[in-house]
Design a protein around this ligand. Structure first.
Ligand code: HEC
Length: 134
């Protein structure tokens, strides 16, 4: 009996591991395009006043082109806060989610005004769009 229970537990663990990537890649190209457009709308409303999506244009905030995977505080010539320069953050998707849901909580002393986008779907939209900025 004990072995049977262990086997079932192992089988469901394997099923979980196998299903997770399938769920993540289920989005069709049209779905991705829709996510990206929704993200652009979010970016226009919440970010564009301070962040360019063009690497050559500086703004009140640093350009966000190539932000996913970039080390924090590394846009050449931008006057970052000391908090940002010494943060050691790398902008993974998770770090970006944390940042847009409560940046001033994550990094007291940042020069970016408080942002509180806590809705998971809105975060997904924005992150899809940020990923497209290459
Ligand atoms: C009112 C202006 C303003 C708005 C609006 C704003 N930001 Fe910022 N952002 C800044 C400033 C200024 C910095 C630099 C902060 C520092 O040096 O502490 C910054 C920094 C960042 C960084 C770190 C960049 C780097 O090079 O390390 C990310 C990521 C970021 N913002 C994302 C966003 C996103 C996504 C939005 C929209 C949801 C947004 N910001 C909205 C002003 C803004």
């Amino acid at each position: 009996m004990y072995h049977f229970v262990k086997l079932v537990a192992a089988a469901s663990a394997v099923a979980f591991v196998c299903l997770a990537p399938v769920a993540a890649s289920a989005m069709s190209p049209a779905g991705n395009e829709a996510m990206n457009k929704a993200g652009e709308v979010m970016f226009d409303h919440r970010c564009r006043s301070c962040h360019a999506d063009d690497p050559a244009r500086s703004s009140y905030g640093p350009s966000l082109v190539g932000i996913v995977g970039r080390k924090a505080g590394t846009v050449e010539g931008f006057a970052y806060s000391d908090a940002m320069k010494s943060s050691g953050i790398v902008w993974t998707e998770d770090a970006l989610r944390g940042w847009i849901s409560d940046n001033t909580g994550v990094m007291p002393g940042t020069r970016m005004k408080h942002m509180s986008i806590s809705d998971k779907t809105e975060q997904d939209f924005l992150i899809t769009y940020l990923k497209s900025l290459k």
